[in-house]
Design a binder for this molecule. Structure first.
Ligand code: ADP
Ligand code: ADP
Length: 221
């Protein structure tokens, strides 16, 4: 189980703190959605957990062990952001190999995940040759290929049309169900949260606080 407490986070020159006294936890194998208004601090929270943002007073505990920034390694984090953030000068396959070592086994692993997202035939193409939906499939494969213990997702399907987002959610769930990493999935879309998550945390306007928590009984295989 991962436990997150952010005591205080303020951006320089801001009149109000972005986060204060926010507390949440994710159990092993649990898919948690965070829903809250724009600007409440959701991205800030993910940046703090990932270690990208070190200028905050916070604590992270994994199975009751305190984790410093240097100790995030066991979480083996996978990420997905609002944009695909693929490297345009690398092929689809090389975008995945970028997060792996250079062994033959890694190459097989990358090809396995590309097949799992339906892109086996696109490994040698460049991101610009793919549709937006397909680029997001690559980003999904890249998030899972590291076999994360924790997956952080920040509105990953926000800029695709509704039918494409629906297909991507199915791909995400199929990948997730094979290894069930802990997931923190940020969205402003309540329906999306309810269709994916085991538990939905509703956050207040800035600074974010958990104001309501709802367990969802999804029929998981
Ligand atoms: P959300 O992801 O919920 O939309 P954010 O975490 O992006 O919210 O932002 C939380 C608050 O912090 C907002 O008031 C936002 O304007 C502010 N903020 C975010 N990033 C920065 C930054 N780099 N510098 C200053 N203020 C920021
Ligand atoms: P989108 O609606 O953006 O195409 P999807 O990822 O759902 O999103 O695409 C569905 C399928 O359609 C893909 O898996 C792929 O096989 C095919 N496809 C879509 N766009 C292209 C393209 N530009 N080139 C080749 N195949 C494509």
């Amino acid at each position: 189980m991962l436990t997150v407490t952010v005591t205080h986070k303020a951006y320089p020159h801001a009149t109000h703190p972005a986060l204060t006294d926010l507390h949440l936890s994710v159990a092993d194998g649990e898919f948690v959605a965070l829903v809250g208004p724009s600007g409440c601090g959701k991205s800030t929270l993910l940046n703090i957990i990932s270690g990208l943002d070190k200028n905050a007073t916070f604590s992270l505990q994994l199975d009751k062990q305190h984790l410093t920034v240097q100790q995030r390694f066991p979480l083996n984090m996978g990420f997905m952001f609002q944009e695909s953030r693929l490297m345009p000068w690398l092929t689809v396959l090389d975008n995945l190999l970028l997060v792996l070592d250079k062994s033959k086994q890694s190459r097989e692993q990358a090809l396995h995940y590309l097949a799992a997202v339906g892109l086996a035939d696109h490994a040698q193409q460049f991101p610009a040759q793919l549709s937006g939906g397909m680029q997001r499939r690559v980003a999904l494969a890249r998030a899972f290929v590291v076999q994360p213990r924790l997956l952080l997702m920040d509105e990953p399907f926000i800029s695709v049309d509704a039918p494409t987002a629906e297909r991507l959610r199915s791909v995400l769930l199929a990948l997730w169900e094979t290894s069930r990493p802990m997931v923190l999935f940020v969205t402003h879309d309540l329906r999306e949260a309810l269709s994916l998550a085991d538990r939905v945390l509703f956050l207040s306007a800035s600074p974010a606080r958990v104001i309501l928590e709802q367990t969802i009984n999804l029929a998981r295989p």
